[in-house]
Ligand binder design. Sequence first.
Ligand code: SF4
Length: 205
Amino acid sequence: MRVLKILIDKFGEDWKTKDPFKVLITTILSQRTKDANTRKASKALFGEYPKGEDVAKAGTDDIEKLIRPAGFYHVKARNIKEVSRIIVEKYGGKVPDNMKELLELPGVGRKTAGIVLVAGFDKPAIPVDVHVHRVSNRLGWADTKTPEKTEQELTEALPKKYWKDVNLTLVRFGQKVCLSRKPKCGECPVSSYCHYYKNKKVGEK
Ligand code: SF4
């Protein structure tokens, strides 16, 4: 796990567990949009409706207006209202802390559920987004075509004590160095371990 440790040291982040409800709703807002848009939308929404019961009672039109910067706001508003209602009515206002029940909520897939477990409950999970999927496959930790399969291979390959750091570390590494189109392999601290890099070098000979 030398490579993962190098990456955690350089790109990992110390973070504190956050309110699971806000993590859940913010992660739904973040689907298919940029971080800056997510921040605008979540600030507007929680500024007006700070708690689950407030969001559950809010009008869908009003939620749509507040979260518009995040895009896909019709679908997201419907899901956010319904998720809030279920959490209030079925779970007494507490977000469930397990993958099975989280996946039953509308608009919640494995990545969103994993982020809630890690960031909201400090529980081990490996949420896989495009960055985690791409970097893991380049490094040779996974050999898959889908984030779901990558998650499965990573959970089999990586010791559980590191799971919570994987998402944040690989996302930051993927945004700064291992870019999608032109990875900065020349400044990469783990290039000597990278399958993609080794194959590229062989191809250049
Ligand atoms: Fe990504 Fe290049 Fe580093 Fe491999 S060597 S992990 S492709 S930046």
